[in-house]
Design a protein. Structure first.
Length: 480
């Protein structure tokens, strides 16, 4: 808060100069906007990505460009009195803009530290030799030195969102660890933005790939062309999961990082966006239960399945007619013109049937007709047709980004992507509690040797739920 306030003060004084005669002799004020810009730029490497400060950065850049003549006049020892000719409406407009950017910078300050947790976290670099891909793995182990001897924890594999990566789920991983899990998350270099290694170095994506990921998020549900790219994204996450599940079951440094306090034979997996969709698709394959018996349940967090969406089925193009090329020219031109048009998604095909229990964590937009059939249609189809227990949960006021660290670290994103109802502001904690209660529901009474994670009671009026046909548990005592 202090750097932002200093920047605002440094920008305010030169703006007030035309209206305050005591400031007229102070030619040194022309340097303050430059200092303010330098401080604003320094905020980003010092405190990490701060979206709420972007308007302040843009304002500072524009202000300094306009301020160049005044700086040149001072450096040339000329009389810098152009500010006296500045009209009052211009000054008032600039002050109003400054008030707006300062409101953004101060009102949307992070509620918690954006730096990644360090205590109780192991960092490993693992290579997928078959693909030549590098993974930076983070393992959140228990920090309680008073654990019962021989007690083991279930493992939660958490696949982060592609945009934001581990920084968007770091605190959530800590919350899950505190509730009784060993948590494994990762960032995939040249895939996640950014990938973060054990030394804290960040590897951002190229501008082109970042634009591609953003376009998939914006248009993957409506455009056939973009949807095809989204399917590639989900396939990439599916391959990530296959690699991690196989690696955990083999002797190596990743398995060594989990033992002896974790049971690799008791795994729950949660995924955001493409990661959740990949979990649904992978668990719906016929050989999933045989290959990965350790997986006891999956959690899909705001994960539309792009791979099952298709456009309108088009008839095959007609072959050239024998009467000659000229008569077939018109039909060919019509077909060509049709292909130039934007083909939209219009149907859902081949819904997966997960072989393990599923929890869907969704925004409360799922209850709105505007979003229910378009964004969530495929997920609702999986829920309603699931052969295993499946349940949908939505926190009141939760937006698409709220089941993560976003409400605490990036409140401006929560404001830009709100839920339908008023937000409680605590949806990241709701996510940890719902995930824990879901896992505990399938561990209680099984005689498993793992320590069952601590449940947390949630108010029924705070969580809306919908169950699939195979869910045969009472709502109370299950995930609430």
């Amino acid at each position: 808060m202090i750097p932002e306030a200093i920047c605002g003060f440094f920008l305010l004084l030169p703006l007030l100069r035309p209206m305050v005669k005591r400031l007229w002799p102070l030619d040194g004020l022309v340097w303050l906007p430059l200092f303010a810009l330098g401080i604003t730029i320094a905020i980003f490497p010092a405190y990490g990505f701060r979206p709420e400060c972007i308007p302040l950065l843009i304002y500072g850049i524009i202000y300094n460009v306009i301020n160049i003549p005044s700086v040149l006049a001072v450096t040339s020892r000329l009389q810098a009195d152009d500010f006296r000719e500045q009209r009052a409406p211009v000054t008032l407009f600039a002050l109003a803009l400054l008030a707006a950017v300062m409101f953004s910078a101060l009102y949307f300050l992070p509620h918690s530290d954006t730096a990644l947790l360090e205590e109780g976290v192991q960092n490993l670099t693992v290579i997928d030799e078959s693909r030549g891909e590098e993974f930076f793995v983070r393992v959140y182990s228990s920090t309680d030195t008073g654990n019962t001897a021989g007690a083991v924890r279930p493992l939660m594999i958490l696949v982060p969102p592609v945009m934001g990566s581990v920084g968007m789920v770091d605190q959530l991983c800590g919350d899950l660890r505190d509730r009784g899990f060993t948590v494994l998350t990762y960032s995939h270099r040249n895939f996640d933005d950014p990938a973060v290694d054990g030394q804290g170095r960040r590897f951002a994506l190229s501008v082109g790939r970042r634009y591609r990921w953003l376009r998939i998020a914006a248009q993957g549900l409506v455009s056939e062309k973009v949807n095809a790219e989204g399917r590639e994204l989900e396939e990439g996450r599916r391959q990530d999961l296959v690699f991690l599940l196989n690696t955990i079951g083999q002797v190596g440094k990743l398995r060594d990082a989990l033992l002896p306090g974790t049971d690799p034979g008791c795994v729950f997996a949660a995924g955001y966006g493409a990661g959740g969709a990949a979990l649904l698709l992978l668990s719906g394959s016929p050989e999933f239960s045989r290959r990965y018996p350790a997986v006891k349940g999956i959690i899909a967090v705001e994960s539309p399945i792009l791979s099952v969406l298709r456009g309108k089925e088009r008839p095959p193009s007609e072959p050239p007619r024998p009467e000659g090329w000229f008569r077939s020219l018109v039909p060919a031109l019509r077909a060509w013109a049709a292909e130039l048009g934007r083909h939209k998604i219009s149907r859902i095909t081949d819904l997966p049937n997960p072989a393990v229990p599923v929890l869907f964590l969704l925004s409360d937009r799922v209850w709105s007709p505007r979003y229910r059939d378009v964004r969530y249609g495929a997920l609702l189809g999986v829920l309603q047709g699931a052969g295993q227990p499946a349940i949908l949960a939505s926190a009141t006021g939760a937006g698409p980004l709220d089941y993560s660290d976003v409400p605490q670290k990036y409140p401006v994103f929560q404001a830009l992507f709100p839920g339908i109802q008023k937000s409680t502001g605590k949806n990241s904690l709701d996510a940890a509690a719902l995930m824990t209660n879901f896992a505990a529901s399938f561990l209680e009474g099984t005689g498993s040797r793992v320590t069952i994670p601590a449940r947390e009671s949630l108010l029924e009026e705070k969580i809306s739920i919908e169950t699939g046909k195979a869910w045969n548990f009472p709502l109370k005592g299950s995930i609430l």
